[in-house]
Design a protein around this ligand. Structure first.
Ligand code: M6R
Length: 596
């Protein structure tokens, strides 16, 4: 994710405290490293940065004394390059005449680094933020103006990111965005630019919202916006923003959970961009192809993703994989595993003790350790032969949402690769997710009244929707405190059927090929008084057998399985709010479980 902030003032002044304050507000976007560069009226750049959180690094490098006319701050959520001083941002160009920082991901970073080195530039890190600076440097060296150099760099740098840069011998900052958020603010004798609105609101409410394909040039009291494609000036005025800070932090949503549900299409797109250009993928895929046994290991939501991963691998590549909850992995397989086996360990945090215990045993037995992790630099990344980032940015809400869907996208991606299927097909998925979120909202609200006051319910799925039922039930119990069991639909008749009373809510999930089987399940419960709600494709058979249907597009069965979790996330969310709970911080739970 990462966060950037830039400020231009009228003359040299103490900028450190303002930049630290912005850093604290942006710290939810990354805490792997932090850095500040100030540029004074004489063009002298003072750059201080290191791995660590904003409070500790600021203290160590005395950020609060930093003076300048311009300042740039960056907080890093590491993706390219380990968290370290050299990979920390901002970065200098070869001669130390420009300084810049980005958030997001430049997916062709590896190729660009090689090109910049071949062109004789001094490349100090493996971080993609540095590539942004050198991309501008390349065109400044060729004699282009700052605006034209940035326009050309925009085309060179692939991915989703926002970038801010300053040049020692002028008195402005320049920023642009491609896929990531960027807002600017105009104050009294200063201008600012940032990844988000809440970091600007304490300074000014006079705001300019940026679009992709636009460059903003900031001087101490005004701004000019240029079109990247034509170079022409775009006429736009600042607008007064009235939002409170809390509303702004949640991006206008009532809770982080809802915001994170809505972020799912975007982070899926970012994962696909990034992975398409990642050298770690090939190593992982080769290991999977050649493995004797493959284990997918995780806990909670991450375990549910492992179950989905196993179904994807079977359907697409006919490969057997074993999904297993981390503690049970030890009990069931600790003596059987060896160097011929591959484990994909899955964890949002990368710090879950149950998962790390399993990794420890696996390492002792010589098994090859790979991982899918959201928090780069976490313990799990360090213990892995290769780790693949989930690219979700910071997930604040305790219930996992966007990290779950990106775990599914990640497994699907690997299954496609192992099966040598055309990976470009996956590029359609984010749009389907977006549409599903839009369409599910009303459908979920319609069925809410039949579910929200029950303290006991079931989520049933079959085959590819079985893990979705598990995850839907986990979401429901986690934030509504109702008891909700996720189960294979065919197992329901083997005991749980006894729980059914009049109007007892049972939520089925299905894809088209499983409709006949699900219809049997529906009738087994409705004839005993249950209320059947089905999430599945538009189909007359479902409409006529269930009480309520939530329609999901089915571009492919695998896509449909990912889309199916969205209404369940929304249902859990609205039910939790209806009950007066805070879905972001459910009682008794913590985001990261570092205990046995
Ligand atoms: O960080 P991890 O993915 O390893 O966490 C595992 C579980 O604790 C986590 O998925 C938990 O189940 C979620 N909060 C559920 O929403």
């Amino acid at each position: 994710m990462c966060g950037i902030f830039g400020i231009v003032s009228k003359r040299d002044k103490l900028l450190g405290p303002t930049l630290i304050d912005a850093g604290l507000r942006l710290s939810y976007r990354g805490y792997d490293s932090v850095g500040i560069a100030t540029i004074n009226e004489n063009g002298i750049i003072d750059l201080r940065k290191d791995a660590g959180k904003v409070t500790t690094v600021a203290e160590r490098f005395n950020f609060k004394e930093m003076i300048g006319k311009r300042g740039i701050l960056q907080l890093r959520w590491a993706t390219f390059g380990e968290p370290s001083m050299v990979n920390s941002q901002p970065h200098l160009d070869s001669e130390g005449l420009m300084v810049g920082a980005h958030n997001g991901n430049v997916v062709n970073n590896a190729e660009l680094r090689e090109e910049f080195i071949a062109e004789g530039m001094i490349v100090r890190s493996t971080n993609d933020g540095e590539s942004c600076v050198h991309a501008v440097e390349r065109f400044i060296r060729q004699g282009f103006s700052m605006i034209d150099a940035i326009r050309k760099a925009y085309d060179v740098l692939k991915g989703d990111y926002a970038f801010v840069i300053g040049k020692a011998d002028d008195d402005r900052l320049y920023a642009f965005k491609k896929g990531s958020g960027l807002v600017a603010g105009i104050g009294d004798e200063f201008t600012v630019v940032s990844s988000d609105l809440p970091s600007i609101l304490p300074l000014t409410r006079n705001i300019v919202f940026m679009n992709d394909g636009e460059i903003i040039e900031l001087s101490d009291q005004c701004f000019t916006i240029y079109s990247v494609s034509t170079g022409e000036v775009i006429d736009r005025s600042a607008e007064i923003v009235e939002e409170t800070m809390e509303v702004a932090q949640k991006g206008g949503f009532d809770h982080f959970m809802l915001k994170e549900i809505h972020e799912q299409p975007k982070v899926a797109e970012e994962l696909l961009h990034l992975w398409n250009n990642s050298p770690s993928i090939d190593v992982t895929v080769e290991a999977l192809k050649n493995a004797r046994n493959i284990y997918f290991v995780g806990c909670g939501t991450s375990f549910n993703a492992c179950v989905a991963g196993a179904v994807y691998f079977n359907r697409l590549s006919a490969k057997t994989t074993i999904p297993i909850a981390a503690p049970q992995f030890i009990a069931q397989y600790n003596r059987a595993i060896g160097p011929e086996d591959v484990g994909i360990f899955v964890s949002q945090s990368g710090e879950t003790k149950d998962v790390l215990n399993a990794v420890e045993i696996a390492r002792k037995q010589g098994m090859r350790i790979f991982s899918l992790v959201n928090v780069v630099g976490s313990t799990l990344t360090k213990l892995s032969e290769k780790w693949l980032p989930l690219v979700c940015g910071y997930e604040i809400s305790v219930p996992a949402t966007k990290t779950f869907t990106n775990q599914l996208v990640a497994f699907l991606y690997l299954a496609y690769k192992v099966a040598a299927k055309d990976i470009n097909e996956l590029n359609q998925l984010p749009d389907h997710m977006l549409k599903t979120i839009e369409e599910a909202e009303n459908q979920v609200r319609e069925i809410l009244t039949y579910v929200q006051d029950w303290n006991d319910l079931y989520c049933l799925g079959y085959g590819i929707t079985y893990p979705i039922a598990l995850e839907g039930a986990l979401k429901l119990k986690e934030i509504t405190y109702a008891h909700c069991e996720g189960m294979l639909s065919t197992e329901f008749k083997h005991g749980p059927l006894a729980a059914v009373t009049k109007d007892y809510p049972i939520i089925f999930s299905t894809i088209r090929e499983d409709i006949p089987l699900i219809i049997s399940g529906i009738n087994e419960v409705t004839c005993r008084g249950a209320r059947a709600i089905v999430i599945g494709p538009k189909d007359e058979r479902l409409e006529s057998n269930a009480h309520h249907t939530i329609r999901i597009a089915e571009p492919t069965p695998e896509f449909a399985s990912i889309l199916t979790i969205i209404p369940l996330q929304l249902l859990s969310y609205y039910m939790s709010v209806h009950r007066g709970f805070d879905p972001d911080f459910p009682r008794n739970l913590s985001k990261t479980l570092t205990v046995d």
